[in-house]
Design a protein around this ligand. Structure first.
Ligand SMILES: NC(=O)c1ccc[n+]([C@@H]2O[C@H](COP(=O)([O-])OP(=O)(O)OC[C@H]3O[C@@H](n4cnc5c(N)ncnc54)[C@H](O)[C@@H]3O)[C@@H](O)[C@H]2O)c1
Length: 271
């Protein structure tokens, strides 16, 4: 059901890789809600070609940018300004850890890979906001969002150095959010349930992770579509004074000590 919540709004969506991606679902919902936007991803991801399908469906333009390259980001934002004038929303849906990809344990991290991972997963959010800030290209009451995970607050061993990257990302949202506030723009992170996507399923033992979170959350895990709905609410004018927050979108997982389902599972062992 569409409500025209984003009618007339323009934006940039980073990180749609394939139809499992959270950013892909966000783009579909943004389109349904009346927004116009540019889709961006790293040049290597564009070569896979799937993004063209989404662009066609949503009337969006695709512009490649490695989010760790300020030069690429400057070109992207110049193109967005030429197309739209000022914009209203930005989604940063980007994450990658070389240590996770290569199965390197947290106790044995490779520091070159660590730096690459935090640049892609956290510092890129600062770079995106810095370029947008310097070009003064956000309309008042605009909204900037990044996606994160609760491993920033609690330890999930196989999440590895992505946990540190997410803490860094959330801190950048708060720190830069202050300065954006002076321009009446809000900055938040959404802390999403485990979700079956390319990035998600790259985490070792993801199936177990996913099932445990499902059983621990009174409302169950939040899907990518549900996350997209939350992003729409955060881009809409209904959330203008929400800023510098880490917003849990996880079916209640973050505030549950233990669920009955988990207790029952352990009780069975006693019988
Ligand atoms: N899937 C989950 O369980 C889960 C849970 C909570 C938060 N998140 C976060 O959601 C966001 C989106 O991930 P997803 O699950 O949709 O997976 P995904 O693999 O579909 O998306 C990750 C995206 O990051 C892009 N990317 C990587 N390096 C880049 C670079 N240098 N420049 C530009 N883009 C680059 C990839 O091309 C890809 O499109 C990530 O920040 C992820 O950490 C995911």
């Amino acid at each position: 059901m569409a409500y025209n919540l984003l009618k007339g709004k323009k934006g940039i969506i980073f990180g749609a890789l394939n139809n499992q991606s959270i950013a892909w679902k966000v783009a579909e919902k943004c389109y349904e809600e009346g927004a116009e936007f540019i889709l961006s991803n790293a040049p290597i991801a564009l070569r896979m070609g799937e993004l063209n399908e989404l662009a066609e469906k949503t009337g969006a333009e695709v512009i490649g940018a490695d989010a760790t390259s300020v030069e690429d980001l400057e070109k992207l934002f110049d193109a967005a300004i030429a197309k739209f004038g000022k914009i209203d929303f930005i989604l940063h849906s980007i994450g990658m850890s070389v240590n996770v990809r290569k199965g390197k344990k947290y106790t044995e991290l490779n520091y070159d890979w660590l730096e690459k991972g935090w640049d892609v997963s956290a510092v890129s959010f600062h770079k995106v906001m810095k370029v947008a800030y310097e070009k003064d290209c956000m309309n008042e009451w605009g909204s900037i969002l990044a996606l994160t995970y609760i491993a920033a607050q609690r330890t999930f061993p196989d999440y590895n150095d992505m946990a540190d990257n997410k803490s860094f990302l959330e801190s950048i949202a708060r720190s830069f959010g202050y300065y954006w506030g002076e321009r009446k723009v809000r900055v938040n992170t959404i802390s999403q349930s485990p979700t079956m996507t390319t990035a998600g399923s790259g985490i070792k033992g993801f199936g177990g992770f996913f099932g445990y979170a499902e059983d621990m959350s009174p409302l169950g895990n939040a899907s990518a579509e549900e996350c997209a709905n939350y992003c729409i609410a955060m881009f809409s004018d209904l959330t203008r004074k929400v800023t510098m927050q880490n917003l849990f979108h996880d079916g209640g997982f973050s505030n549950t000590g233990v669920s009955q389902k988990i207790v029952d599972r352990y009780s069975e062992r006693e019988e």
